[in-house]
Write a protein that binds this ligand. Structure first.
Ligand SMILES: [Cu+2]
Length: 264
């Protein structure tokens, strides 16, 4: 895109006019317009009245068998493991709950502004898988990406609402730091070199999210009293109880359980 056309598009966006014709630059231009907007005042939450939602995410019905990852195409990856490695997509826990479910406040915080954490979230490429499999971050929070492997990876997020990029990372390379400025649940991440590598990043404008772990539970603390929609996202199990409406009074702790199943 030439400088003249670029400026034209930028100006159009700032004045909320049509950006048709700017081609693939919409995301970049929207980012620039957002950066230029005056910073809103950060919402103050009174910790003495803050509320909590917690619960667990279970599954219903049969789950697909865990898929074994075949790393034979890359002997340097296969050599990093002395036992079979399974896909992290569907991971049931012993108590019939699920790992790797992103639970978050979907609605109810639109009029509030939260400070961006300076502490980075971390994704490691280790054993030729992404660790962890799923993270949540706030918009513009730094994401530090490591390569702990003796092999080259090429990390490639596939956002729809943010700018797409990919980075080749040779062994021993210093960590890369990236950020996503706009909300997006979820951004799939792949490796251009190793087709079995996959992970997810959830980006929100607030800090009220959790990823379920070994006991399938979640806890979201510090919420101001209000009415919320709390939702659960899993890569494969997208049916069942995927969201709850909840009203939180001052200092409430409410329990919410989700039950996910596969689309039939
Ligand atoms: Cu890789």
């Amino acid at each position: 895109m030439g400088t003249k056309k670029y400026l034209l598009c930028l100006v159009s966006t700032l004045f909320m006019l049509s950006i048709a014709g700017c081609g693939g630059g919409e995301v970049d231009l929207a980012e620039k317009a957002e950066e230029a907007a005056p910073a809103k005042e950060v919402t103050t939450i009174d910790p003495t009245t803050a509320a909590t939602v917690k619960g667990k995410v279970s599954f219903e019905g049969d789950l697909p068998r865990a898929r074994r990852l075949n790393m034979n195409a890359e002997p340097s990856c296969a050599a990093l493991h002395n036992k079979p490695v399974y896909s992290n997509v569907v991971v049931p826990n012993e108590n019939k709950t699920l790992r790797h479910v992103f639970v978050y406040v979907e609605k109810g915080l639109e009029d509030k502004v939260f400070e961006t954490p300076k502490e980075p979230a971390v994704i490691d490429q280790k054993g030729c898988i992404y660790i962890p499999h799923m993270i949540g971050v706030q918009a513009n929070q730094p994401i530090q990406i490591l390569n702990s492997d003796p092999t080259t990876h090429n990390i490639h997020p596939l956002p729809k609402n943010n700018r797409e990029w990919n980075e080749s990372m040779a062994p021993g390379i210093p960590p890369k730091v990236k950020k996503f400025p706009r909300e997006e649940v979820m951004i799939a991440v792949k490796c251009n070199v190793h087709p079995w590598m996959k992970s997810y990043i959830g980006v929100l404008k607030h800090p009220f999210f959790a990823v379920t772990g070994e006991d399938g539970s979640f806890e979201i603390k510090g919420l101001p009293p209000g009415e919320y929609t709390i939702s659960a996202w899993h890569e494969l199990l997208k049916k069942g109880t995927t969201s709850h409406k909840v009203t939180l009074s001052a200092s409430d702790t409410k329990e919410l359980d989700f039950t996910l199943k596969q689309a039939s």
